[in-house]
Ligand binder design. Sequence first.
Ligand code: NI
Ligand code: MN
Length: 226
Amino acid sequence: MLFTYYGQSCFLVEISGKKILFDPFISQNPLAKHIDLQSVEADYILVSHGHGDHVGDLLELARRTGALVVGAYEITEWAGKQGLQHTHPMNFGGKKDFDFGTVKFVHAMHSSVLPDGTYGGNPGGFVVTSAEGNFYYSGDTSLMMDMQLIPRYAKLDFAILPVGDNFTMGVEDAVIAAEFIQCGKIIGVHFDTFPYIKIDHQEARQKFEAAGLSLTLPEIGKTINL
Ligand code: NI
Ligand code: MN
């Protein structure tokens, strides 16, 4: 499965020829100045919650690409009021089959308000299962006991977890999260974008290695094969 990182918590996964983009925040990301927003393509845009660093480029990208926007009911309602009609609302515990695979919307422990102050519902994460592999993106969250349910839904090939601390889990809790979800291959996101969430990369990788796990801190604009 091809995975392209666009900074903060924005990444693109390609499954069965479909492009699934998560949490678009590129044009206002100080670390992603070399990414041309016009070059980003999507068939689906999955949104974990309403904070600006996850929906900053949602409207523009969805309008240009015509991608189906998938997220909490409150987020898709808001998107509808901004003129996006091609949306798919979800709520917790629900799963839905799309043409690339199945998406289950799961809890995250965080907050959610849209940039204009509109209530964003509760923040979430996604478990994606497909013929080409399974993964979990937690969204912005603390460590939480509910993560222990994830292995009941899917045997994960990899997981995308925040590691930047301060607003979300830091590295130490992400190591425990990896154990809860029974996944040894973690892609770290939500780090370095702002001074509050700067991390020591080497130290982060060492903490995962010490637990027998692997942490990849992806490079913005690069594609890796997972
Ligand atoms: Ni957030
Ligand atoms: Mn965030």
